[in-house]
Design a protein around this ligand. Structure first.
Ligand code: NAP
Length: 258
C-alpha cells in the first residue's frame, strides 16, 4: 500500500524540515508549506529522489493564503497526515510587545492550527483514518517561563489536541500534541532572542525522532525532553480527578463569606 501524503506547515527549516526528511525516508509523498519559496524548493529538490514533493507558498497569517491551504486539505484525498508545525516565538515582555506582534503570533500559533485541523478533519473522519499532529510547547505548561502570549498559544494547542483526540479518536483519527522544550532551530533568532545558546538545547533531529516514536505508538501527548514520564501521568490524573467534581449546586466551603 502506498503511504499517505503528509502536509507539513513550517517546512522550510527547523522542526518542519526535519519532519519532511523523516516522512520522505518513510516513503510518504509530501506537501510542504511555508512563506519562503526558495527554501521550500531547495528542500523539495533534495527529497525528490525519494518521494513526490509539492510546495505551497503561504503566509498562514494571511486570509487568502490560509484559505488556499484549507482548500488543499479539504480536496486532496491523498493527504491523510497533517503536521501543524508552523509557529513562532514572541520575544519581549507583554507590555513591550506591539499589538501587531501579538496579533500575528496568536494568528499563526492558534488560528492557523485550528483552521487547518478543521479543514482536514471531516474528510479524515469520513475515511475513518488519518492523523493530525500539532506542535505545542512545554511553555504552554509553564507560565513561570515569562512568555505569556506564546505560552498561551501553546496551551491552546495542547487543549485543542486533547479535545480533538477525544472527539476524533473513536472515529479512527489519531491526534498527537508534541511539546518540545528548547530545541536548536532558527525560532530563537527570529523571536529576537539572538543570544540564545543553541548548544544547550535539544538537537532538532533528536526531537523529531523522539516525537515520531510517540507518533508510532499513537501517544496523545509527547514530551520528548521529559525523562520522568510518570510526572505527566500524575499531572493528567490530577486534572481528570477534578473533572467530575466541577459541577456542583453549592459552593466549596472555602468560599463561605468571612
Ligand atoms: P523555526 O525554525 O523558526 O521554523 C518555523 C517554520 O514556520 C519555518 O519553516 C517558517 O518558514 C514557518 N513560518 C513562520 N511563520 C510563518 C507564517 N506566517 N506562515 C507560514 N509559515 C511560517 O521554528 P521551529 O523551532 O522549527 O518551530 C516549529 C514549531 O515548534 C513551532 O510551532 C514552535 O512554536 C514549536 N516549538 C519550537 C521550540 C524550539 O525551541 N525551537 C520549542 C517548543 C515548540 P518561513 O519563514 O519560510 O515561512
Amino acid at each position: 500500500m502506498t503511504p499517505p501524503t503528509v502536509l507539513i506547515t513550517g517546512a522550510s527549516t527547523g522542526i518542519g524540515a526535519t519532519y519532511a526528511d523523516r516522512f520522505a525516508r518513510r516513503g510518504h509523498d509530501l506537501v510542504l508549506v511555508a512563506r519562503d519559496t526558495a527554501r521550500l524548493e531547495a528542500l523539495a529538490a533534495q527529497l525528490a529522489a525519494e518521494v513526490a514533493v509539492d510546495i505551497l507558498t503561504a503566509d498562514l497569517t494571511r486570509e487568502a493564503d490560509i484559505a488556499a491551504v484549507e482548500a488543499r486539505l479539504r480536496d486532496d484525498a491523498k493527504i491523510e497526515i497533517l503536521i501543524n508545525n508552523a509557529g513562532a516565538g514572541l520575544g519581549g515582555s507583554f507590555v513591550d510587545q506591539s499589538a501587531e506582534a501579538v496579533r500575528g503570533n496568536v494568528a499563526l500559533n492558534t488560528t492557523a492550527v485550528v483552521r487547518l485541523a478543521h479543514a482536514i478533519a471531516p474528510r479524515l473522519v469520513a475515511a475513518g483514518t488519518g492523523s493530525i499532529v500539532n506542535l505545542g510547547s512545554v511553555v504552554g505548561l509553564a507560565p513561570e517561563f515569562g512568555m505569556s502570549v506564546y505560552g498561551a498559544t501553546k496551551a491552546f494547542v495542547l487543549f485543542l489536541s486533547q479535545g480533538l483526540a477525544l472527539e476524533l479518536g473513536p472515529k479512527g483519527v489519531y491526534v498527537q500534541a508534541v511539546l518540545p522544550a528548547a530545541t536548536g532551530t532558527e525560532l530563537w533568532g527570529r523571536a529576537g532572542m539572538v543570544g540564545a545558546d543553541l548548544s544547550g538545547m535539544m538537537d532538532v533531529n533528536e526531537l523529531v525522532d523522539a516525537a515520531l516514536v510517540g507518533f508510532d505508538r499513537r501517544e496523545g501527548v509527547t514530551i520528548p525532553t521529559l525523562h520522568e514520564g510518570e510526572l505527566w501521568d500524575a499531572f493528567d490524573d490530577a486534572r481528570k480527578a477534578m473533572v467530575p467534581r466541577f459541577a456542583q449546586l453549592l459552593r466549596a466551603d472555602r468560599y463561605a463569606a468571612a
